[in-house]
Design a protein around this ligand. Sequence first.
Ligand code: 5GP
Ligand code: MN
Length: 344
Amino acid sequence: MIQESIMHARRLLAEKQEIVIFSHRNPDGDAVGSSLGLMHYLRGEGHKCQVIVPSGYPAFLSFLPEVDTMLVFDDAPEAAQQVIDAATLFFILDFNSFERIDKVAEGMKDDDRPRIMIDHHLFPEPIADPIFSRPEASSTCELVYEFIVNLGHKDRVTAAISDCLYTGILTDTGGFKYSTSPDLFHTAAELLRAGTDAYKIADHVWNSQTEKQLRLLGHCLVNRMELLPEYRTGIIYLNKQDYDAFDIQRGDTEGIVNYVLRMPEYMIAAFIHEQPKIVKLSLRSKGNMDVQQIAKAHFRGGGHRNAAGGASFAPLGSTINRFKKQLPKYADEIETTYLEFNNQ
Ligand code: 5GP
Ligand code: MN
C-alpha cells in the first residue's frame, strides 16, 4: 500500500473518531466480512464504529461476530441517518461508486467529512481520500488485512477480526479458486494463526443451503438454462412466477450462475432475474474473458473481469434478448480467450 496514504489514514485515526463503515447493497461475504473485520479492529483501537449497509445480508453470514450490530438502511433509515449525521470519519468498503449505496449516499458528494476507501473493484471513483484500491486483490478482506498490517498492528488482529476477514476471502475467491496469489495464501495462513478455524468457516459458508435452495438449483439447471454453444455462453434466468413459486429470498440464488462454467467449453455465464422493478444480471467468465466490459457497456453495471453485474429496466424477455444480441460483438474475444485458457 502507498506509504503516503497509510500516513494519511494514520493521521485520521490518531484521534478517537466516530466512524461509519459503508458497504454495498446486497452485501456479500466480502462486503460484510471486511466491514465487520475493520469494525472490530477500529473498536479495539478505541473508536466508535458502526457498519451501515443499504440492504440485508444473506443468512449464512449470521455466524459472523456481531453481525447483528450492522444497521440496514432499508429497515431503519432514521436510526442509520442519525449515526451518519454524528460521524466524524467514513470508510467505504468493497465498492467504489456512490451508485452502489444509492440513497444512503444522499448528500455525501458535498459532504466534507473525511472518507477512506478500501476496495478491489476496477475504476475507483474519486469519492474518498485516501483510496486503497487494488483490483488484482482477491477481496476487500485481503486489503483490510494489509491495511491493518501497514498500520503496524498485525499483532492486534484478534480471532473475531480474522474470522470476518477469512470469510470474505473464502467467499470472494470461491474457496481459493479465483484471484489467488502467493500473498493471499500468506495472508490466509496469518489469519489461521490469529485464531481462525478454517474448517468451521468453510462449513458455515458451504454447508448452509436449505432444501428450497437445492430444489431451486435443480429447477434452474433443468428448466431455466439456455446454452449458446456457438458463443460458449450459458444463460440461467428466473421470472417473477419462479420467485413466487419458490418463495425466493435474497441469497437463495447465490452461486447458481457458476454452474454453467463447470462445462469446460463454456467461457461466459449469465444469470438474469426479474426483480420487482428491474431485471438484474450477474455475469461470470473464465480466464481473460472480460465480462465487466459487457456489464458496463450494455447494462449500466461493472465489477471485475470475471464477475460483474448490471441491470435493465426492460422486461425479462427483452433483457435476455438484448444480452444475446451483444454476443456476436464478443465472439472473437470469446474464442481467443478460450484457446488461450486451454493452452495455459
Ligand atoms: P453479483 O453478480 O454477485 O451480484 O456481482 C458480481 C460483481 O459485479 C460484484 O463484485 C459487484 O461489485 C459487481 N456488480 C454487480 N452488480 C453491479 C451493478 O449493478 N453495478 C456495478 N457497477 N457493479 C455491479
Ligand atoms: Mn469483494
